[in-house]
Design a protein around this ligand. Sequence first.
Ligand SMILES: [Zn+2]
Length: 334
Amino acid sequence: MSSERESILSNVWNLPREVSEVAGKDPGTWLQFNTHMVTFYQQTYGELSRFFLALKSCRLIGSHCKKCQQVMVPAATWHCPNCNFAEMEEIELPHRGVLAARAPITIFPSASFIDEAPFCRGYVDVATDAPIASFLPSRLMTTTGLPRPGIFVKGTELKLVFEDQRMGRIRDIFWVPVKELPSHLVDKKPLFASDLNFSSPPMPAIARDPALEGALRKAIEAMRSMAEQIPRSPRAQKDLAGRTHTISVRTAGGELTLIVAGSGLRIEDEPAKSPDFAMATRDPAVFTRWVGDGSLTDAAVEGTLWLPHRAAFAVLPILDRLPRSIRRDVRDRK
Ligand SMILES: [Zn+2]
């Protein structure tokens, strides 16, 4: 695709060329310059290379010991530590596996992965027929929106997927639940990320429940009354400044639209024709709780609020700030 070479350090890690002044030092003001200290180095994968070279060419391999029958994946060594370093042989592993344990979902990652949350990693049992085998630590993805509790549980059958652009690193691969694949892709080998649709996942079916219509009206009322207070809350206006979002919401009690524009919030009691994205929840009270003391982020993390992608998730902390900002400005006015 792109022939442009990616640099190791992105601009995120850079600083502007800048001089500042630090007041109150002895004697008087000190000048302060932004500067840098960087070390680059090359690292080889040594005997691990064979495994990663295989990934690059869309093969998953393990090292197999003929004596004790153990299979190592990733192939961390080619000499069996159990059998006096007997030579191990390369075996081709299937592009199917089983999740060995429920996978944690990372919501608040370290700085290097901040744009990728929430994400899921787990241990995949690939050499299921071997008497002893290691589990492969891997990324797990779903084609049904953001990772939610209940998708990646122990025993989930998984299919190996290769990134279209591979460099020979563990991030060249990830796994998706087999049951999410259309039947013509289940046995495709290799399966590529571009064979799947991650950008516009289908919204989960939410059956209309007339018993929840009252809860929806209550939620809309609560949100409108919060929105009415935004013009008097500098903090809330600051939260929304420069943002425009049209967010469709489907609940079992009916639909609504949240419109963020002009540092304000508007609630329509009908679905938007062309929203930026849509959210879904069975229970409209998720939004009443948001206005009260709850949080939409928590609802998404718990899995009660469905979101299509990370960009949608990134909007939630902004919305979550609103009730707090309004409360703080009300308190300050007193
Ligand atoms: Zn052995």
